[in-house]
Design a protein around this ligand. Structure first.
Ligand SMILES: Cc1cc2nc3c(=O)[nH]c(=O)nc-3n(C[C@H](O)[C@H](O)[C@H](O)COP(=O)(O)OP(=O)(O)OC[C@H]3O[C@@H](n4cnc5c(N)ncnc54)[C@H](O)[C@@H]3O)c2cc1C
Length: 369
C-alpha cells in the first residue's frame, strides 16, 4: 500500500467527513476501515441535525453545534453537487415535545441556558399545545407543548454516508474496507499503520474509529475516555406525510417511514434490542401520536453511542506523537459539516480555530504523556 499525507482510521461519518475535508484541501488521504462486524453508530442513528438541548453543560459546545448547523445548508449543497447523491437534508426546524409540567419547566431552563451560552445566537420558542397543533394537526392532547428551534433539521444518515464516500472518491481518497488496524508505529519518517492486509504509511494520522479509539489512542500516547450508551430505534411502514419537521422522539423520513426512538442504556458492547425498551419507546410515541398504534413496524435495531464522560466532543493532537490526532464524539451527523470544514482545516494545519482547544482531553485532567 502506498504512502499518503494522511491516514484516517475509521470510515464512519466522522472518518469520512474528515477525509472528505482533507481531500478537498488536496491532501492524499487513505481511509482504513474495519469489517462488517464492527460497531457502527453511523449506520444506526436517528438522522437529526440538532441544536436544541446541546451544550447546556458546556458553553463551547453550545456555540460549536450551532455553528455546525449553520454550515449545514452549504455543506449539503456542495456534497450533493459533488457526489450526485440526494441526502434528504431539510432545515425545517425541530421540536421537543413536553408531556408534563415538570418536563416543560426543565426544558425552559435548559433552552434559556443555551441561549445565554451563545449570546443569543441560539433561537428558540416554547409553543403551547394549540400552537403545536396548528403546525402538526395529528398531535395528541397529551402533549402540553414543545420547545421549537428553526435551527434544527434532519437528513438521511445512510445517504449522507454514501455521499461522503462518493465525495471522497471524487477527490481521490483511497478507501480500504476490512482493514482492522492492530498496531500503529510513530517513527521519524511518519506513522505506520499495520492493517489486515499490510502496512500503510503517512505523515499524519487521524483516529476516527469510534469505540475503537480508546485502544488505538493508547498506541499514540492519547488517553481517550469513552462511555458506551445504547440507543434503540424502530421504523414503521410508509405513511402519508403527517410530520413536516423532526422531533427528538419521532421523525418522518422523506420516504414516508416513521422513525421512533430515544432511549439510553448502559449495557456495554451489546448493540441488540430488548422488548421492554422498545415497548417504552413505542408507548411514548403513541402518547404523542395515538394513530401510530395501528401502524405496522417493519424493523427495530440497537446501536451504540460513542460518548465521552461529559458528552462533549474530543478534538486532540497527541503531545507524545505530534501529527497524530483524534476526533471522538457523539452527534457525528450534526457535526459532519464542522468536521469536513473547520476541523479538517485545523488537522491540516491551515487554520488555528481557537475554539477547538476547548475540546481537548485536558478538561478531564488526563495526562497526555
Ligand atoms: C441510537 C443512536 C442515535 C443517534 N442519533 C443521532 C442523531 O440524530 N444526530 C446526530 O448528530 N448523531 C446521532 N448519533 C450519533 C452518531 O451516529 C455518531 O456520532 C456517529 O455515527 C459516529 O461516527 P464515527 O465515525 O465516530 O463512528 P462509527 O460509525 O462507529 O464508525 C467507526 C468506524 O471505525 C472503524 N474501526 C474501529 N476500530 C478500527 C480499527 N482498529 N481499525 C480500522 N477501523 C476501525 C469501524 O469499522 C467503523 O466503521 C446517534 C447514535 C446512536 C447510536
Amino acid at each position: 500500500m502506498k504512502d499518503f499525507d494522511f491516514i484516517v482510521v475509521g470510515g464512519g461519518l466522522v472518518g469520512c467527513s474528515i477525509a472528505y475535508g482533507l481531500a478537498r484541501q488536496k491532501h492524499r488521504v487513505a481511509v482504513l476501515d474495519g469489517g462488517d462486524r464492527s460497531f457502527r453508530a453511523s449506520r444506526g442513528n436517528f438522522g437529526l441535525v440538532w441544536v436544541q438541548g446541546k451544550g447546556a453543560n458546556f458553553a463551547p459546545y453550545a456555540r460549536w453545534t450551532g455553528q455546525a448547523a449553520n454550515l449545514w445548508p452549504h455543506f449539503a449543497e456542495q456534497l450533493t453537487a459533488e457526489s450526485g447523491i440526494e441526502i434528504d437534508y431539510q432545515r425545517s426546524g425541530g421540536m421537543h415535545f413536553c408531556l408534563q409540567e415538570q418536563e416543560w419547566d426543565e426544558r425552559v431552563s435548559e433552552m434559556e441556558l443555551i441561549r445565554q451560552h451563545t449570546d443569543g445566537m441560539f433561537e428558540y420558542e416554547m409553543l403551547g399545545h394549540d400552537q403545536v397543533k396548528a403546525l402538526i394537526p395529528q398531535i395528541s392532547s397529551n402533549v402540553l407543548g414543545a420547545s421549537y428551534s428553526t435551527q434544527d433539521g434532519h437528513v438521511n444518515p445512510l445517504y449522507l454516508l454514501q455521499a461522503l464516500q462518493q465525495g471522497m472518491d471524487c477527490h481521490q481518497v483511497r478507501y480500504f474496507p476490512n482493514q482492522v488496524i492492530d498496531k500503529i508505529e510513530a517513527r521519524q519518517d511518519g506513522f505506520h499503520a499495520h492493517a489486515t492486509e499490510g502496512v500503510v504509511s503517512a505523515g499524519k494520522i487521524v483516529l476516527c474509529a469510534g469505540l475503537g479509539n480508546r485502544g488505538l489512542g493508547d498506541m499514540l500516547g492519547m488517553d481517550i475516555p469513552l462511555v458506551v450508551d445504547r440507543g434503540q430505534i424502530m421504523i414503521t411502514e410508509r405513511l402519508q406525510p403527517f410530520l413536516n419537521l423532526p422531533t427528538l422522539h419521532v421523525r418522518q423520513t422523506a420516504e414516508g417511514t416513521v422513525q421512533i426512538g430515544y432511549s439510553h442504556e448502559d449495557v456495554g458492547l451489546d448493540d441488540g434490542t430488548s422488548p421492554s425498551v422498545l415497548k417504552k419507546i413505542a408507548r411514548r410515541a403513541v402518547t404523542m401520536f395515538p394513530f401510530l398504534q395501528r401502524v405496522r413496524l417493519v424493523r427495530a435495531w440497537g446501536a451504540l453511542r460513542i460518548m465521552t464522560p461529559d458528552n462533549n466532543p474530543i478534538y486532540q493532537q497527541s503531545a507524545e506523537c505530534p501529527g497524530a490526532f483524534t476526533v471522538t464524539c457523539h452527534s457525528g451527523v450534526t457535526l459532519s459539516a464542522m468536521h469536513a470544514g473547520p476541523v479538517a482545516e485545523w488537522i491540516a494545519g491551515r487554520a488555528e480555530h481557537n475554539q477547538i482547544n476547548h475540546f481537548s482531553t485536558d478538561r478531564f485532567n488526563v495526562s497526555q504523556n
